[in-house]
Design a protein around this ligand. Structure first.
Ligand code: RIB
Length: 340
């Protein structure tokens, strides 16, 4: 295992200079910085953060493992985590798994080596491997956004089932009978819950034979592909319900390619509102999730756990979704309601 002395020798500088560059504290010329960093890379030097953290026992560092760091929903969750952690004196490491369980386990193992004090996890699927690894090392972990079955961990999420039920019921009461759900993958709890709420509203109205669910991925490309399949169905749907923001964007792009008018020819609604900064003319009817609050509440719960203010049974916080009616759903039943 290369040492700081090996790096210094290879870079032709004193060990203290190499340490200053690696720990980014104190002055070093651009030339020295480049020589040291090149030596670090060539030798594969890894700073011994474990020894440092063992001395201090705490690293005052949390980690947030997300499934899609490009998604504005998750960046808003991350903002909530960051603000709550910073207020409590913690820094946050962000990891992105691209909905991949192997990536999730890889990051979990790395974070445990780095001795982070606590972990916030959006599970790619069951989360079982990651959760068991953290529990085995006594590292507190809180799950955000998605449910996990039979795992002794705290969870903070939104009521996906209730939100999907409430918006589908609104569409039905506004006269739409053939509503197609463009969903994420089976095995992801938010996709399962949104399908359950959609199907509950249809069954309650005696329309279960009109149920039309397409499973894909929480991506724009999958949204476009599922829209193509849905519009080929006979008889065609009168409304599309996109199970998240990226699916809705992909559906919108495909609908516009086909010169289909929203809402005159086809209604389009979705899960997740888009940040106002990203949308010049918000026209999509959505089930909005309290993303910032989810991140903030999860981080606070984790810090309370690791600082001993919260103990005992695991808790599940389910925050209500909010329905925001806009132009894309056409004339809609205006009964005031929140998600049940
Ligand atoms: O767009 C992000 C939302 O859709 C999250 O709830 C995530 O779980 C996905 O379902």
């Amino acid at each position: 295992m290369p040492t700081i002395q090996d790096v210094a020798r290879r870079a032709g500088v004193a060990p203290i200079t190499a340490s200053r560059v690696i720990n980014n504290n104190g002055y070093a010329s651009q030339d020295v910085r480049q020589r040291v960093l090149r030596a670090v890379e060539e030798l594969g030097y890894v700073p011994n953060t474990l020894a440092r953290s063992l001395r201090s026992r705490r690293t005052n560092t949390l980690a947030l493992i997300l499934t899609d760091i490009t998604n504005p929903f998750f960046t808003t969750v991350a903002r909530g985590v960051e603000d709550a952690a910073s207020d409590a004196g913690y820094t946050v490491i962000f990891c992105n798994t691209d909905e991949n369980e192997d990536e999730e386990q890889k990051y979990l193992n790395l974070l445990l080596q780095k001795r982070v004090d606590g972990i916030l996890l959006v599970p790619a699927r069951s989360g079982h491997g990651a959760i068991q690894s953290a529990l085995a090392q006594g590292v507190p972990l809180v799950v955000i956004d998605r449910r996990v079955a039979n795992e002794p961990v705290d969870v903070v999420r939104c009521d996906s089932e209730g939100g999907a039920y409430a918006l589908t019921r609104r569409l039905i009461r506004s006269g739409y009978q053939r509503i197609a759900l463009l969903n994420g993958p089976k095995g992801v709890s938010t996709a399962e819950d949104r399908a359950a709420g959609y199907l509950r509203a249809l069954a309650e109205a005696g329309l279960q034979e009109h149920a039309l669910v397409f499973y894909g991925h929480f991506t724009q490309a999958s949204g476009a592909e599922m829209t193509t399949r849905a519009l080929l169905h006979q008889p065609p749907p009168q409304a599309l319900f996109a199970a998240n923001n990226f699916i809705a964007i992909g559906a919108l792009q495909k609908i516009r390619e086909l010169d289909v008018r929203i809402p005159e020819d086809l209604a389009l609604v979705g899960f997740d509102d888009l940040p106002p900064a990203l949308v010049t003319f918000p026209f999509l009817t959505v089930v909005a999730q309290p993303a910032y609050e989810m991140g903030q509440r999860a981080a606070r719960m984790l810090i309370d756990r690791l600082e001993g203010r919260l103990s005992g049974e695991c808790r599940e916080i389910i925050l209500p979704a909010e329905i925001i009616i806009r132009q894309s759903s056409g004339p809609i039943h205006l009964e005031e309601e929140t998600t049940p």
